[in-house]
Design a protein around this ligand. Sequence first.
Ligand code: SF4
Length: 463
Amino acid sequence: MRDTERLEAAIEERKDSIQTKGKQKQQLKCDTNSVAGCVSQRACVYCGARVVLNPVTDAIHLVHGPIGCASYTWDIRGSLTSGSDLYRFSFSTDLQEMDVIFGGEKKLARAIDGLVEKYQPKLIFVYSTCIVGVIGDDLEAVCKAAARRHGIEVIPVQSSGFIGNKSAGYRAACDALLKLIKPAENEQISKNNTINYLGDFNLAGEVWIIKDYLQRMGLALNVAFTGDSNYETLKTATKASLNIVQCAGSMIYLANQMKEIYDIPYHNVSFLGLEDTSDSLRRIARTYNDLEIMRRTEELIKAETAAVAPLLARYREKLRGKKAAIYVGGGFKAISLIKQFREIGIDVVMIGTQTGRQEEYDTINDLVDDGTVILDDANPSELERFMVEKGAHLLVGGVKERPLAYKLGIAFIDHNHDRKHPLSGYVGAVNFAQEVYSTVCSPVWKYTGEGGGLDEQRKCCLS
Ligand code: SF4
């Protein structure tokens, strides 16, 4: 079978997870396991759990598995800290062949003992990986015994590869957090007027931007899950009176659990782009039904919008008519990106996510123009085919999508974990536009030759 035939066959098998707006009427198939044999762009269960928990700054993150799994470190994720930087290490039990045959529990217990002696942490997360699921080490028992031995919290994260996809990893991380925030027996929870911010990982300091907005509105951030959080702050989580959820894909489960168990209501929010940032701030303010908070919120929105509007107008002038392809982790981010691209004059021609949910795809479908390709859990072949077919000038994605864009001679913007510039709030909207402009209109495209996408549109932005 030739490459093109193979691609067509794979796409046929995935046809229910790919649709073109205006052509198909049925709902997109999503939230399922990947098609066997397709090299999905989706990350594994362990990775899903690790991205959520890694920003807990004073925790030991111990990976029970082969050394390769531990290559996921702070270095590929730009979560910042205002305190401890223990989270920047990645520890591993480095399971070898003999451990796989005879079991790795003793090695894990020894690793925990060694880490406690060296770092005296209050909290250790122990992640299970694919091989641990196969050999059946009892993580729960080893962690429980270690916690008793050392008088600290040692929390198992049940993220072995075969329990599902990246979403199962999110859930495993949320379960670990629920264990951590559970108040001690007989402890009285007295609520205060603060807010927990769920689903922000303080990439390039984004939590601090939102914290500042809340303060200017007359509100206070209690703890962020999990950007710039630590053992002590997470322990106060049940005292907050409201949860706001940025990355719904990873944290909606935690928000629902906290609502049910601790009676903390939540709102979905998005601080990507002007429209969603302003809407979200207003929604938070309305919750308090306090005229002063509402006045301060409107004042903030007015001042911040006025400060960035002229800059965005300039970028819009340069970028008008360009076409973007989006492939990101969650549906909520994808929805915000459609609106954010509109703010700078760009049309979205292809959009997909790794873990989007049905209701999010319905919203995406409502927002995009006819002819836009929408796809769930894509593989590189599909992304390539539709980006070329739709004439995209730019791909927004994460670390795995970057080489694909560059090989096709398409501009790329990182909207994932390893970036060093904040994309949240009003300042983030300007950073985003600036980033899009500098990559789409980079002089490098003059040298990419035929097929490199140097069409009339791009020539015009280079002039
Ligand atoms: S847990 Fe499994 S899929 Fe994930 S990095 Fe380790 S070996 Fe690879």
